[in-house]
Design a protein around this ligand. Sequence first.
Ligand code: DX5
Ligand code: ZN
Length: 212
Amino acid sequence: MSFLLSPSLMCADLGRLREEILSLEAAGADSYHIDIMDGEFVPNFALSWADAAAVRKLTKRPLEVHLMVKNPLLHLPYAFACGVDIIFIHLESGSFAECVRRIRAEGREAGMVLNPETPLEEAEDFLDEVDRVMLMRVKPGFAGQSAVPGIEERIAAFAARRGQGVLCLDGNVGPDVVKKWKAQGVGSFVLGTSALFGKQKLYAELMADLRQ
Ligand code: DX5
Ligand code: ZN
């Protein structure tokens, strides 16, 4: 079963963005994950649309934006203008359905993100409307957290029904998580501090291990 590895650029060294992208590219990054926050939907800020535009100039690989904002509609024109390929919207944020409609009308991929405490049943009505579903393994907003209790059972419940390629995991995705869930048909993994950044090994070595 093939799966995608998507480094989370909020964890990269932004002062060396070009070198970081070159190393990640050579290491086999399939796409790049860009976290955009508004300080309200989550109590933090991360990357900006200016960062996304800078990344767009440095790579041809797909860019996925994860919008952790109260009003995602406000952000869509920026996403379209800077050429991102996949836009993840939280089901818990305002205007989810309208955002998905606009994203697909624009010919981009729409992803749904669920916070750890959001019941899976709430996703049901929208599953056929989206290209991907991302389950957060942590409360969104910060890198470097531990997975929330009970998350493995929740992923298993979803993967049993809709795993094949659609499901993405974000937050505390370490090597053991990739190893376990790639075998269950999880389609993509967001790589932050748990798997890739701030380690003593090269990206190429770490990513080669994750692929095995
Ligand atoms: C969390 C972010 C992730 C984060 C995950 O809200 O969406 O992209 O970087 O990486 P970890 O948890 O491994 O540091
Ligand atoms: Zn994210």
